[in-house]
Design a protein around this ligand. Structure first.
Ligand SMILES: C[S@@+](CC[C@H](N)C(=O)[O-])C[C@H]1O[C@@H](n2cnc3c(N)ncnc32)[C@H](O)[C@@H]1O
Length: 184
């Protein structure tokens, strides 16, 4: 092979590496930017809701909240299983919020759903907090909960753990899809 062909192959290879790296960083930055302002509605599967209910450590008159509540299923399931507790949810997108309101009326339920960004709200009244969110939000949420909530408040997180903190309990479900419980 002549020197020119070898040089050409090297240049093509380096170009390919360069373009691939650029694409990787651009797509990563774009996704981070999008998910910083918008979180899609991805519901907790029914099977996992049942596991959550079976492991919910909650007392009469406690306040339970789903801080990213989506439609209504978590709030309704908790209220149905524990009718004596107060159930709340925060949802900042209009469609899941409307669904939560509609289903509350249709099924004669008592939960309270706020169309608000929970990050701007004070969470101190809640005894048990549930969330199913995205991994990079976990440190921010956990420091908010630790700052605002009472000691012994329980924080249930679906799928994504808090890397810097030792959980109080871990309920193993599937390979990466566990339920973690933290105590303030
Ligand atoms: C992954 S879904 C979880 C839904 C529900 N908790 C469940 O497990 O079935 C996240 C929901 O949180 C809502 N959301 C995202 N950021 C929020 C915020 N800052 N405050 C309130 N709701 C938010 C989204 O609109 C979306 O419907």
């Amino acid at each position: 092979m002549s020197d020119k062909i070898i040089l050409l192959i090297i240049i093509i290879f380096l170009n390919w590496v360069f373009i691939t790296l650029w694409l990787y960083f651009i797509i990563k930055a774009l996704l981070q930017f999008i998910f910083a302002y918008w979180v899609p509605f991805v519901p907790t599967p029914d099977k996992k809701i049942k596991i959550l209910l079976d492991n919910l450590e909650i007392k009469e008159d406690n306040n339970f909240v789903d801080i990213w509540c989506g439609d209504w299923r978590i709030m309704a399931s908790v209220e149905e299983k524990f009718p004596k507790i107060n159930v709340y949810g925060y949802e900042n997108s209009i469609l899941p919020y409307q669904k939560a309101i509609k289903n509350k009326q249709k099924n004669n339920l008592n939960y309270t759903v706020y169309k608000k960004d929970f990050l701007k709200e004070n969470l101190s009244k809640y005894d048990v907090i549930y969330c199913y969110m995205i991994p990079y939000m976990m440190p921010k949420i956990w420091s908010k909960i630790k700052k605002e909530c009472k000691k012994w408040t329980l924080f249930y997180t679906s799928s994504f753990d808090i890397k810097s903190e030792k959980y109080y309990k871990k309920i193993e479900i599937k390979k990466w899809n566990h339920l973690y419980i933290y105590k303030v």
